[in-house]
Structures are given as C-alpha cells and as structure tokens.
Design a protein around this ligand. Structure first.
Ligand code: LLP
Length: 426
C-alpha cells in the first residue's frame, strides 16, 4: 500500500515525483520501485536465513503476478527461481536471464508442445496435476529421450479462506491430485521409465492473510512425504506454493513474510528435503502502482463520478473480484484545472470502458479537479499481467524507478499495433 510517499512535488516513488513520470511517459502508466521489489524479495530470503533453511531453499517467483522482463531479470539477479504456468512464461524467464534449472512448471493443462519446450530447456521440475498429465509427460519425455523431473501437486482439501476465484486447495477445485489418490499415483510415477520423481507440491490459494491454512496443508504434505519414504519413494524437495497476501487497505491484517512462513518453517526445520516457495503477489503487489489522470468529473443524480484514463482493461481486479485498491491524489500537479480548492465528495472512480463493471473504486471520499493525477496503489501484482485491449485501448506503459532514475520497461502500445495481426477478407 505504502509505495508512494508525499514529497514537495506531491506523491513520489523513491526519488521521482509521479507528476514527473506522468509528464514524461503519459498516463495510464504502471510505476514500480526497484527498492520495493528488492525489499520484498529480501523479506523471504531473510526469513529463510533466520530459520537456517536458506541454503536448501529456492524462492520461485510466480511469473503470472507480473511477467515484465525487467522484473523477471531483477529477481533472477537476486537469485530467484521461477514458477511458470505456460510456454510463454518459460520463454519470458529465459529471455530475462532466468536459469532453466531453477524453474518449476505448474498448471492443470500443459500442452505437449509446452512439455517438450520445458524438457528441452532443462527445467527443475514439472508440478503434475493429474494422472493423465503424468502419462502424457512420460510419453513426451520418451519421445525426446529424456526423463521428466516431477512433483505431484496434491490437493490437501484445506480451506484457504480467501476469494473463491483464487482459492485452489479445496477438493471441489480443478487443481491438484486428490489427496487420497496421491500415494498410488506416486507409486505409478516411480515405475514409469521416463519420469523421475523429485518432489511434492501444494498451493492452496492466493491473498491468504492467515498462516494457519498453509500450515495445515504443510502438515498433510509432510505426512504424505513420510509415508512415501517408508514405501521407498524418497522425495528431494517440498514445494509449499505461494499465496501470502498483501495489505490493500489500511486495516488489512497482512502478515510479514517471516510471520506467515514461521509455522511452516518450524515444521520443516529438522528435515533433509530441499524447500521451494512460489510467491507472486507478495513480491510485487505493493511495489507497483497505476498512475492515471482524471478526465472528467460528472455529477449524476445519484452519484458523483470521476472518469479517469485507466480502466478495467488496465486493472481488472476490481471488476473481476470486487477487489479494493487504495486511490490517492498525487497532488502538486500543474496540469489540473481550477484554482479554488474543490469540495470533497464521495466519488465512483471509473474508467472510460463501456460497462458498468468498469470501476476502479467505489465510494471514495476525495476532493478532485479535472486533469489531476491519481495513484491506484498495490497494483504491482495481477495488474499489467491481466491487462487487455478491450475497447481497443492500447496497454499502458510500465516504468521502473530506481532512486532518481526512471527506466521505461515497456513502452505504451501504439493503436496500429492493436490490429496489426488482423486481416480483412480478400
Ligand atoms: N503457485 C501457483 C501454482 C499459483 O497458482 C499461484 C497463483 C501462485 C503460486 C502465486 O500465488 P500468490 O503468491 O501470488 O498468491 N489474479 C488473482 C490472483 C490469482 C492467483 C493465481 N495463482 C488476483 O488478482 O488476485
């Protein structure tokens, strides 16, 4: 939440005022802080270090949260591995300088082409989610003359207590191998010539604020690991997924990484397996914001609307999950019109897209002028990564601030690029 601080020239990220970024790169624009990304990674590393587990742990950043090459490259430089869910994400990680042997590949529907690409790249492990996927992977591995390193993603049937769309650990979810079937599937995996059983994996959901469900899942996973060991199947690593939530609202009780991990790390302390975590949101969410400009103030009969130049296509979370993002005036902004101080009103902050679901915030008490800048906070995770071109809107620019430096890490799309792949009929 607290990425932007108030400075002499209004809100700023690190040493750069947001008004300077808007003037230089335009709006809407995603702004990230290198220092905040680095600090978020360090929180995981320090927690593992403090438990004496760092030398056998791998932090695999969940690429889906934000897949910009500069962000992937930054995490690769910090020593991270990566959790991918597609051939596209594999290509991004490799293009960004990530190490193939530190990649884990999750997902319920990997295509044969994706399996082949990952095998050829030499990834660390496939997180297999079904019996059929295991057979397909074995077949593909055989056809390219390799053994596929495999974990089974087990579904522990634990309620993560989060939004149903991002809850993945209940037996009603499409994710993972049913807990009761995992043991037998491991036995089968161990018998397949082109499969190398390496580990176990579990991920119960996202935006988790309570460490208890993840700890409960870890208990189940560890019991299964021990049962497998007793049956002669010794696993090399335990992957406990991602899921740590972040603070979107001031009163949201988001735990620090160390506190969230503590109950899990306590259970893992005396063991010999390597550990993997797959954090996404908690590494990038509060390291990014979406900068937007107020186009129009519209005072309707029942509501006051602030129409801004960002919309649901840029940040889909409010429309999709009714998610709450803090929205702050940037202030000290010369482009705003009017000299008298405007009256604070309860605004609907909405975009220009032609849907009533196109809102970025409901009922926000703000004193606004047309033309001024707003910062939509906590937008670093699942913001740009889920952006679309709906309404033929070019996707926003992305900028990384590093001290006083600003780096354009993705230029704004040009309108002609939006239909460059299309053809009219002959
Ligand atoms: N590992 C697996 C297998 C996952 O499916 C996910 C997220 C992660 C790791 C990373 O979870 P995180 O640490 O970010 O919670 N679009 C939604 C979130 C979807 C999460 C999908 N899976 C949102 O904007 O809230």
């Amino acid at each position: 939440m607290s990425l932007a601080a108030m400075g002499r020239d209004g809100l700023q990220v690190e040493a750069v005022p947001l008004s300077v970024l808007a003037a230089r790169f335009g709006t809407p624009c995603y702004v990230y802080s290198r220092a905040a990304l680095t600090a978020a990674y360090a929180a995981y590393r320090d927690a593992l270090q403090a438990s004496g587990l760092l030398d056998r742990a791998l932090i695999c950043y969940a690429v889906k949260a934000n897949s910009n090459l500069a962000i992937l490259n930054l995490f690769a430089r910090l020593g991270a591995g990566f959790d991918i869910v597609s051939g596209g994400e594999l290509a991004r990680v490799l293009a960004a300088g990530g190490r193939a042997d530190q990649i884990v590949f999750s997902g319920v529907g990997k295509s044969r082409a994706e399996m082949r690409a990952a095998l050829e790249a030499g990834i660390h492990c496939f997180n297999v989610e079904s019996a059929s996927e295991l057979d397909q992977l074995s077949e593909v591995a055989g056809s390219v003359g390799r053994r596929a390193p495999v974990s089974l993603r087990v579904n522990p049937d634990v309620d993560a207590k989060t939004h149903p769309y991002i809850s993945t650990g209940l037996k009603t979810a499409k994710f993972g191998v049913a807990f009761g079937e995992a043991f037998d599937l491991y036995r089968r995996a161990a018998s397949l010539p082109h499969i190398a059983v390496k580990g176990i994996d579990c991920h119960i959901g996202s935006q988790l604020l309570d460490p208890a469900p993840a700890a409960e899942a870890a208990d189940k996973v560890l019991a299964l690991v021990d049962r497998l060991a007793a049956a002669g199947i010794a696993l090399e690593h335990i992957d406990l997924g991602g899921g740590l939530g972040i603070q979107y609202q001031a009163d949201e009780p988001a735990p620090a990484a160390a506190d969230y991990l503590a109950p899990m790390l306590a259970k893992l302390a005396g063991r010999r397996e390597k550990l993997i975590f797959e954090p996404g949101r908690s590494l990038v969410g509060n390291a990014g914001l979406l900068l937007t400009r107020v186009e129009v103030l519209k005072h309707g009969e029942a509501k006051h609307f602030a129409v801004v130049d960002a919309a649901m296509n840029d940040l889909m979370r409010p429309a999709l999950y009714d998610a709450w993002h803090e929205i702050a005036r940037v202030g000290a902004d010369t482009a705003a019109t009017g000299t008298t101080t405007p009256e604070a009103m309860t605004y609907e902050i909405v975009g220009p897209v032609c849907e009533s679901g196109d809102f970025l915030g409901h009922d926000r008490q703000l004193a606004l002028r047309e033309g001024e800048l707003l910062a939509i906070l906590s937008a670093g995770a699942y913001g740009m990564a889920m952006a679309s071109n709906y309404n033929s809107r070019p996707r926003a620019a992305e900028v990384m601030v590093d001290g006083q430096a600003m780096h354009l890490i993705r230029r704004r799309e040009e309108i002609t690029e939006l239909f460059a792949l299309e053809s009219v009929l002959p």
